[in-house]
Design a protein around this ligand. Structure first.
Ligand code: HEC
Length: 154
């Protein structure tokens, strides 16, 4: 790679430029960008969850599902930052007004998801299918509870 011939110095420049791009990107994020980002994130979580559901239904090995559970836990920690004021409408959002009028309740459920998904990750790593199925159910209950109050029907 010719570009990085000068070794570490080159990487430092690349890192600096990428840092700048990230900073500018954060400044330029419009409400529509944020709504698109959270919808894409939830869609991914939905896909990961569907894979888990299929694995439980077919009694498949659950150890490969640990990574996806970890992704959900990480996602849940980011959720409270993805509903800033100004993103209540537009962009095809299905978020309901209580996200903003009852923020403590919403953030608590995001925290519950992080906790349950982290447990799911641990259980997946043990390979215990029955324990995974039970913890998958507990995790799914948090999804349902939050959607009941904070998300319109898709
Ligand atoms: C803390 C509340 C909360 C939790 C917990 C939660 N969701 Fe959601 N979810 C939402 C909200 C609010 C939206 C709507 C976001 C929007 O349209 O701006 C949403 C949207 C979605 C969507 C639709 C994305 C799209 O295409 O627009 C899917 C799929 C989804 N969630 C799956 C899940 C799954 C699976 C879980 C559990 C693993 C989960 N959610 C947990 C609040 C939550």
């Amino acid at each position: 790679m010719r570009l990085f011939r000068n070794g570490l110095g080159g990487w430092a420049v690349v890192a600096a430029v990428m840092g700048l791009v990230t900073a500018v990107g954060a400044l330029a994020a419009t409400p529509d960008d944020i709504i698109a980002e959270r919808r894409a994130g939830y869609k991914h979580v939905g896909d990961v969850f569907k894979t888990m559901k299929d694995a439980v239904a077919s009694d498949a090995d659950v150890t490969p599902l640990a990574a996806g559970a970890g992704e959900i836990a990480d996602w849940a920690k980011r959720v409270p930052t993805l509903f800033p004021p100004g993103t209540e409408t537009g962009g095809g959002t299905h978020a309901l007004p209580p996200v903003w009028s009852d923020r403590p309740g919403f953030d608590k459920l995001a925290g519950d998801l992080a906790t349950q998904a982290a447990k799911l990750q641990q259980v997946a790593a043990t390979g215990d299918k029955a324990a995974f199925a039970a913890q998958f159910k507990a995790t799914g209950a948090v999804c349902g509870e939050c959607h009941h109050t904070y998300r319109a029907k898709l």
